[in-house]
Design a protein around this ligand. Structure first.
Ligand code: SF4
Length: 153
Protein backbone atom coordinates (compact mmCIF):
# COMPACT_ATOMS: atom_id res chain seq x y z
CA UNK A 1 0.00 0.00 0.00
CA UNK A 2 1.37 3.39 -1.02
CA UNK A 3 1.82 5.66 1.99
CA UNK A 4 1.24 9.42 1.98
CA UNK A 5 3.20 11.99 3.95
CA UNK A 6 0.82 14.58 5.43
CA UNK A 7 1.31 17.89 7.23
CA UNK A 8 0.57 17.30 10.91
CA UNK A 9 -1.62 20.41 11.11
CA UNK A 10 -3.92 18.99 8.41
CA UNK A 11 -4.55 16.02 10.71
CA UNK A 12 -5.64 18.37 13.49
CA UNK A 13 -2.43 18.45 15.45
CA UNK A 14 -1.84 21.86 17.12
CA UNK A 15 1.61 22.44 15.68
CA UNK A 16 1.23 25.75 13.82
CA UNK A 17 3.16 28.86 14.76
CA UNK A 18 0.12 30.10 16.71
CA UNK A 19 -0.43 26.79 18.48
CA UNK A 20 -3.46 25.99 16.34
CA UNK A 21 -4.17 23.32 13.74
CA UNK A 22 -5.74 23.44 10.28
CA UNK A 23 -7.69 20.18 10.12
CA UNK A 24 -8.58 19.06 6.61
CA UNK A 25 -12.16 17.86 6.76
CA UNK A 26 -12.52 15.30 3.98
CA UNK A 27 -13.97 11.79 4.11
CA UNK A 28 -10.91 10.34 2.43
CA UNK A 29 -8.67 11.50 5.27
CA UNK A 30 -10.54 9.28 7.76
CA UNK A 31 -10.40 6.42 5.26
CA UNK A 32 -6.67 6.78 4.63
CA UNK A 33 -6.03 7.05 8.35
CA UNK A 34 -7.98 3.88 9.09
CA UNK A 35 -5.91 2.12 6.42
CA UNK A 36 -2.70 3.24 8.10
CA UNK A 37 -1.71 5.04 4.93
CA UNK A 38 -0.84 8.40 6.46
CA UNK A 39 2.52 9.35 7.98
CA UNK A 40 2.52 12.83 9.52
CA UNK A 41 5.23 15.35 10.17
CA UNK A 42 5.45 19.04 10.98
CA UNK A 43 8.77 19.99 9.41
CA UNK A 44 9.12 23.18 11.44
CA UNK A 45 8.72 21.40 14.77
CA UNK A 46 10.84 18.47 13.57
CA UNK A 47 13.51 21.00 12.63
CA UNK A 48 13.65 22.29 16.19
CA UNK A 49 11.23 25.21 16.33
CA UNK A 50 8.86 25.51 19.32
CA UNK A 51 5.07 25.76 19.56
CA UNK A 52 4.05 28.55 19.52
CA UNK A 53 6.75 30.35 17.53
CA UNK A 54 7.02 33.70 15.75
CA UNK A 55 5.50 33.61 12.25
CA UNK A 56 8.12 33.34 9.52
CA UNK A 57 8.03 33.89 5.76
CA UNK A 58 10.30 33.14 2.83
CA UNK A 59 12.07 36.20 1.49
CA UNK A 60 11.51 37.37 -2.10
CA UNK A 61 14.28 35.13 -3.47
CA UNK A 62 12.65 32.13 -1.72
CA UNK A 63 16.10 31.22 -0.36
CA UNK A 64 15.79 32.31 3.27
CA UNK A 65 13.11 32.14 5.95
CA UNK A 66 12.94 35.07 8.34
CA UNK A 67 10.71 36.08 11.22
CA UNK A 68 9.15 39.52 11.18
CA UNK A 69 11.97 40.65 13.48
CA UNK A 70 14.53 39.44 10.96
CA UNK A 71 15.66 36.33 12.78
CA UNK A 72 16.97 33.80 10.26
CA UNK A 73 15.28 30.44 10.85
CA UNK A 74 16.39 28.93 7.54
CA UNK A 75 18.56 26.24 9.19
CA UNK A 76 15.62 24.87 11.17
CA UNK A 77 13.44 24.88 8.05
CA UNK A 78 16.10 23.03 6.07
CA UNK A 79 16.58 20.51 8.87
CA UNK A 80 12.83 19.88 8.94
CA UNK A 81 12.76 19.39 5.17
CA UNK A 82 15.62 16.89 5.38
CA UNK A 83 13.80 14.95 8.10
CA UNK A 84 10.63 14.91 5.99
CA UNK A 85 12.64 13.55 3.07
CA UNK A 86 14.24 10.93 5.32
CA UNK A 87 10.75 9.84 6.41
CA UNK A 88 9.73 9.51 2.76
CA UNK A 89 12.79 7.42 2.02
CA UNK A 90 12.27 5.21 5.07
CA UNK A 91 8.66 4.43 4.16
CA UNK A 92 9.10 4.52 0.38
CA UNK A 93 6.65 7.43 0.16
CA UNK A 94 5.95 8.91 -3.25
CA UNK A 95 3.09 11.25 -2.35
CA UNK A 96 2.77 14.14 0.06
CA UNK A 97 -0.31 16.13 1.09
CA UNK A 98 1.00 19.39 2.50
CA UNK A 99 -0.61 22.59 3.78
CA UNK A 100 -0.74 25.24 1.07
CA UNK A 101 1.00 28.63 1.49
CA UNK A 102 3.23 27.62 4.39
CA UNK A 103 6.92 28.56 4.09
CA UNK A 104 7.63 24.87 4.73
CA UNK A 105 4.71 23.03 3.22
CA UNK A 106 3.28 25.34 0.52
CA UNK A 107 3.35 23.67 -2.89
CA UNK A 108 2.12 26.44 -5.21
CA UNK A 109 1.89 29.63 -3.16
CA UNK A 110 3.82 31.15 -0.28
CA UNK A 111 3.62 34.45 1.59
CA UNK A 112 5.87 37.05 0.02
CA UNK A 113 8.03 37.98 2.99
CA UNK A 114 6.32 41.31 3.66
CA UNK A 115 4.10 39.97 6.49
CA UNK A 116 1.15 41.75 4.83
CA UNK A 117 -0.81 38.62 3.89
CA UNK A 118 0.34 38.78 0.26
CA UNK A 119 1.07 35.55 -1.58
CA UNK A 120 3.34 34.82 -4.53
CA UNK A 121 3.94 31.73 -6.63
CA UNK A 122 6.50 29.49 -5.03
CA UNK A 123 7.17 26.43 -2.93
CA UNK A 124 7.99 26.08 0.73
CA UNK A 125 11.32 24.60 1.78
CA UNK A 126 9.99 21.09 2.47
CA UNK A 127 7.67 20.95 -0.55
CA UNK A 128 10.54 22.01 -2.80
CA UNK A 129 13.00 19.44 -1.44
CA UNK A 130 10.48 16.60 -1.66
CA UNK A 131 9.59 17.59 -5.24
CA UNK A 132 13.26 17.65 -6.20
CA UNK A 133 13.58 14.07 -4.95
CA UNK A 134 10.58 12.81 -6.88
CA UNK A 135 7.82 12.99 -4.30
CA UNK A 136 4.56 14.25 -5.85
CA UNK A 137 3.33 17.06 -3.62
CA UNK A 138 -0.37 17.94 -3.30
CA UNK A 139 -2.22 20.38 -1.06
CA UNK A 140 -5.70 20.70 0.41
CA UNK A 141 -6.56 22.55 -2.84
CA UNK A 142 -5.47 19.66 -5.06
CA UNK A 143 -6.54 16.71 -2.91
CA UNK A 144 -8.96 15.53 -5.64
CA UNK A 145 -5.96 14.85 -7.90
CA UNK A 146 -4.27 12.86 -5.15
CA UNK A 147 -7.44 10.83 -4.55
CA UNK A 148 -7.50 9.94 -8.27
CA UNK A 149 -3.82 9.07 -8.23
CA UNK A 150 -4.16 6.75 -5.21
CA UNK A 151 -7.28 5.12 -6.70
CA UNK A 152 -5.23 4.17 -9.76
CA UNK A 153 -2.63 2.29 -7.67
S1 SF4 B 1 5.25 23.41 8.95
FE1 SF4 B 1 3.69 22.37 7.72
S2 SF4 B 1 2.87 20.83 9.17
FE2 SF4 B 1 3.94 22.35 10.40
S3 SF4 B 1 2.35 23.81 10.97
FE3 SF4 B 1 3.34 24.60 9.13
S4 SF4 B 1 2.04 23.87 7.46
FE4 SF4 B 1 1.55 22.65 9.25
Amino acid sequence: MKKILISSCLLGQPVRYDGQSKPLIHSVIDHWQSEGRLISICPEVAGGLPIPRPPAELNQSLQKVLTEDGIDVTPQFIRGAELALALCNKHNIGYALLKESSPSCGSHKVYDGSFTNQKINGQGITAKLLSEYGVSVYSEDTIAQLVSEIARQ
